[in-house]
Design a protein around this ligand. Structure first.
Ligand SMILES: NC(=O)c1ccc[n+]([C@@H]2O[C@H](COP(=O)([O-])OP(=O)(O)OC[C@H]3O[C@@H](n4cnc5c(N)ncnc54)[C@H](O)[C@@H]3O)[C@@H](O)[C@H]2O)c1
Length: 313
């Protein structure tokens, strides 16, 4: 199998490349490094079945040879990144996704889109089930991300319906683990960074908003199963174990042995109040559910972040 992965130097993309290589795929990784890190794929340099092309997927793609799978992970993905690059975010979700769909079509390959729980916006249905259409502010600050992913989903379905392309759509919920960027503003690296430095841990609002966190190895397993399935409609992938942000901050403080105080700041615009995936469909269709406990996942992540701190110090 020969598989093209966009966003290969990103957090999830680099772990997915590792998994595909372990499954004997030949992998062509694409990334323009707008948020990705060359170090995430440095260990793959010289691998006989890994090729990397520094490439912006919104531009023309020149991939020669046969391709069996096209996995489209490229996107600005953290609030800090997409608020800083709103136009690039809309571009990668629209023209970037179109380029990747055209690549799959021209090669007779299968296509997978990594969409997001942000498609549900600030949800009025809880937990979020795939048939819920969402509550998204189309002109709010976060709309560049939410609407780019909603458009990407619509485009993917249009290619499937018009051209019979074999497509899959994963709606990913908060995922964490090694290789996340220290400074991308997402809650796991933000709390870990602050806790490990002994700096105040910033909780937005009163911390009663909820999130659920999926360890990256579980996410990669879900994506690997989904790319082989015949399910065309979106499938939620995430961990349904829900907790408040305040509880989560306390858990991280305890795990890192930090003495950081917890401080509160105003909630950002359109911040969802609750988030938990209903994963019944993933269980039924993919026989998938997360297996890594929060403590286990956090231990591996803390170890990684401690290593980063040691390198930076
Ligand atoms: N991590 C999560 O919790 C989460 C949640 C929901 C959805 N997702 C989705 O999963 C995918 C991977 O997310 P991640 O957490 O690994 O993010 P990430 O930022 O670590 O990785 C995304 C990668 O895409 C690359 N990229 C962006 N625009 C590009 C372009 N125009 N051309 C080529 N490369 C480009 C970036 O450089 C980066 O390496 C994204 O599509 C994201 O929207 C992630």
């Amino acid at each position: 199998m020969r598989t093209v992965v966009s966003g290969a130097a990103g957090f999830i993309g680099s772990h997915l490349c590792d998994r595909l290589l372990a499954e004997r795929h030949t992998v062509v990784g694409l990334d323009n490094f707008i948020t990705g890190n060359p170090l995430n794929i440095a260990h793959l340099k010289g691998h006989p079945r890994f090729e990397f092309l520094q490439q912006d997927i919104t531009g023309p793609l020149a991939i020669s040879g046969a391709v069996d799978f096209v996995l489209n992970l490229a996107s600005l993905a953290s609030p800090r990144d997409y608020l800083e690059h709103p136009i690039e975010t809309l571009d990668v979700g629209s023209s970037g996704t179109r380029r990747m769909l055209d690549l799959a079509l021209s090669k007779g390959a299968r296509f997978l889109l990594t969409s997001t729980s942000e498609c549900y916006g600030d949800p009025l249905v809880h937990p979020q089930v795939e048939t819920y259409w969402g509550n998204v502010n189309p002109v709010g600050l976060r709309s560049c991300y939410d609407e780019s992913k909603r458009f990407a989903e619509a485009l993917t379905m249009a290619y499937h319906r018009t051209h019979g392309l074999r497509t899959n759509i994963a709606r990913i919920f908060n995922t964490y683990g090694p290789r996340m960027k220290l400074d991308d503003g997402r809650v796991v690296p933000a709390f870990l960074d602050q806790a490990l430095r002994g700096q105040p841990m910033t909780v937005f609002g009163d911390g009663s908003q909820t999130r659920s966190f999926c360890y990256v190895a579980d996410m990669v397993e879900g994506l690997y199963r989904l790319m082989q399935s015949e399910e065309r409609y979106p499938v939620n992938l995430g961990n349904p174990c829900e907790m408040t942000i305040l509880e989560f901050a306390r858990r991280i403080r305890q795990m890192t042995g930090s003495r950081s105080e917890i401080v509160f700041q105003p909630l950002p615009e359109d911040d969802p109040k609750q988030r938990r995936p209903d994963i019944a469909k993933a269980h039924a269709v993919l026989n998938w559910q997360p297996g890594v406990s929060l403590d286990e996942g956090l231990r591996a992540t803390v170890e990684y972040f401690r290593g980063l701190h040691a390198t930076v110090a």
